[in-house]
Design a protein around this ligand. Structure first.
Ligand SMILES: CSCCC(=O)C(=O)COP(=O)(O)O
Ligand SMILES: [Mg+2]
Length: 247
């Protein structure tokens, strides 16, 4: 089904992470459980008070706008109750894989400790480093767009077995630019990159993200990695199974 696709007229490539540059299993079986396991200790550590206070304000705002009645109550009458609220709402969001910007910031800080301690190392598919080198050498602007925080993105790419791959990327976008299923987000990204949308290629494993990017005028390619099911393939998209397919 996939064949080599030529990057004709493409001046910038924007890459999703989970399921595109990086196996789903690394995110779901390593990163997410790590964040869950270290959440209580991170929130309770006075060294993290400033980070937790900032995240707490944002989580409380998100909780106030929450429409799902099963979300835990938010209590904030004491510092300890506020900490408990941060933990219980973060756990609830994580169980649903909600792409909450505040949760993603919190996870990024927890993972940062894990990378620092050597408990975590970034993972990318084997074909990724070579493709980044090839595209970068060809003068193509390279960027990441992921629901994970910019901090989390840079940690993954700076600690891979193939070395520090952040040298290839000039831009990182997270949900501060907007949700990945909104076409406005891709319009903002195009403006930030300084390239016409039609000269930008977005690669992702999620059809809804590609549909939003296409609506904003970007070129799109679906990544269907060998370790993934093909159930999310929308019929009309161009498909790659490895970055070697994108020449
Ligand atoms: C940036 S690493 C962690 C990825 C993450 O937290 C996530 O929710 C996956 O998002 P993506 O947009 O890369 O599918
Ligand atoms: Mg993805």
């Amino acid at each position: 089904m996939s064949a080599a696709l030529r990057l004709r007229g493409v001046e910038a490539v924007v890459l999703d992470i989970e399921g595109t540059t990086t196996p789903l299993s690394f995110v779901h079986d390593v990163l997410f459980p790590y964040a869950r396991a270290h959440l209580d200790a991170f929130v309770g550590d006075p060294a993290n008070d400033e980070v937790v206070a900032g995240v707490s304000v944002r989580l409380e705002q998100e909780r106030a706008a929450e429409v799902d009645p099963t979300a835990p109550q938010w209590y904030a009458s004491t510092a300890e109750k506020r900490r408990r609220s941060v933990i219980s709402y973060a756990v609830w969001l994580m169980a649903r894989d909600r792409k909450s910007p505040a949760l993603k910031t919190l996870q990024g800080h927890i993972w940062a400790e894990g990378y620092r301690r050597g408990a975590l190392q970034g993972v990318v598919y084997d074909d990724v480093p070579q493709a980044l080198e090839r595209w970068h050498s060809a003068g193509i602007t390279l960027a990441i767009y992921s629901s994970g925080s910019v901090q989390a993105q840079q940690l993954i790419f700076s600690t891979t077995a193939a070395g520090d791959l952040t040298k290839y990327f000039s831009h990182y976008f997270d949900t501060a630019v907007g949700p990945k299923q909104s076409s406005d987000s891709y319009a903002h990204i195009a403006t930030a990159l300084g390239h016409a949308p039609s000269r930008i290629l977005f690669v992702s494993d999620v059809g809804e993200e590609l549909a939003a990017a296409r609506l904003a005028g970007l070129q799109v390619v679906l990544a269907v990695r060998s370790d993934q099911s093909t159930s999310r393939e929308p019929g009309a998209d161009q498909i790659i199974r490895t970055f070697a397919d994108l020449e």
